[in-house]
Design a protein around this ligand. Structure first.
Ligand SMILES: C[S@@+](CC[C@H](N)C(=O)[O-])C[C@H]1O[C@@H](n2cnc3c(N)ncnc32)[C@H](O)[C@@H]1O
Length: 306
């Protein structure tokens, strides 16, 4: 990462100090047009170090699976269990470490767990026996493409969306929303930035995302707008680490999307922009959010990774 940080002044000077959205200082430093994840395919040693770091990065910090944060969304009905429904689909789950931690935390919650990531990454998994003994399966998946796991109870994404700017994030979330059942939820496990007075831990994460990936940490209203664009809306936010603002953002299908997918009465369609307005007091124009909702095409400062 260091060469990318060193390239920041030159990169910003070249781009007239605009917020990076396509390329990043990383691209200048490593003289490549590829994004980090693509570049790592050609630099397997870096890829391995990056994945190991992600698995370990929050050690010593407060874990989301520590008994203080409700995980009620994962609870399955007897019918769900009988039908073999997937309880947790960890999208961009890396080496599957969050699934293992979740199982250890709540062994009483039965239901299938699937961890998804790129083939290159899943080839690095060395504890396959441990995963299968915990009923955790691997699924190779590019999250820009159709989500193969349909109707999971929870689609969980930790530190995934902060790696991408808005357009690709919308694609990732749309692929999931298309696969959701009426009662599925998406849980984003991400930093939620405050409007003012961000801590140094938060700003260092934000800087890392900009430097490596032309991406960013987001505020609550930015998450809501992004989710709306993928047919989703925030149901609840549970912050479990105040220093970082690490939070579970629980999102469900927008009522309009439920009607569209499940052919239910359309009586609540008009509520969706109002809900956003109410919650965040932002003028969310109907023209802006509704077409997007239905557009299917489309530790320490150093301890921050992509
Ligand atoms: C910041 S890491 C987070 C990993 C894990 N969720 C965690 O919290 O430790 C982002 C993950 O996204 C994966 N990823 C990047 N591009 C992907 C793609 N197109 N499809 C699926 N996974 C991808 C990376 O391989 C990496 O494991």
């Amino acid at each position: 990462m260091t060469p990318a940080y060193q390239a920041i002044p030159e990169y910003l000077s070249n781009t007239r100090y605009a917020n990076p959205t396509d390329s990043a200082p990383f691209n200048l430093a490593y003289n490549t047009d590829m994004r980090v994840f693509e570049w790592r395919k050609h630099n397997p040693k870096n890829a391995e170090a990056g994945q190991a770091f992600m698995a370990a990065q929050r050690m010593g910090q407060r874990s989301v699976w520590d008994g203080q944060t409700s995980v009620k969304e994962f609870e399955m009905s007897p019918e769900d269990l009988q039908n073999g429904r997937v309880m947790m689909c960890d999208v961009g789950g890396g080496l599957g470490h969050q699934c293992v931690e979740f199982r250890k935390y709540r062994p009483d919650l039965q239901g299938r767990i699937i961890t998804e990531d790129l083939e290159l990454v899943q080839n690095m998994i060395s504890n396959r026996e441990e995963l299968s003994s915990m009923d955790i399966s691997l699924q190779t998946h590019n999250f820009m493409e159709e989500q193969p796991i349909k109707g999971a109870k929870v689609y969980y994404l930790r530190n995934v969306i902060h790696n991408w700017n808005d357009e690709p994030s919308k694609t990732i979330l749309s692929q999931i929303s298309k696969a959701m059942a009426q009662d599925s939820v998406v849980i984003l496990d991400e930093v939620v930035m405050p409007h003012m007075g961000a801590s140094w831990k938060q700003t260092s994460m934000d800087l890392a995302m900009m430097t490596m990936l032309a991406a960013k940490e987001r505020k609550q209203d930015e998450f809501e707008k992004l989710l709306n664009g993928a047919g989703l809306t925030i149901r609840e936010i549970r912050t479990y680490d105040e220093d970082y603002g690490d939070s579970l953002i629980i999102a469900e299908l927008l009522p309009a999307r439920v009607d569209e997918k499940f052919e239910e009465p359309a009586a609540v369609v008009e509520q969706s922009p109002a809900r956003v307005d109410e919650k965040f007091e932002e003028p969310v124009a109907k023209e802006e959010s509704l077409p997007a909702m239905v557009d299917e095409k489309s530790g320490e400062p150093a301890a921050v990774v992509v």
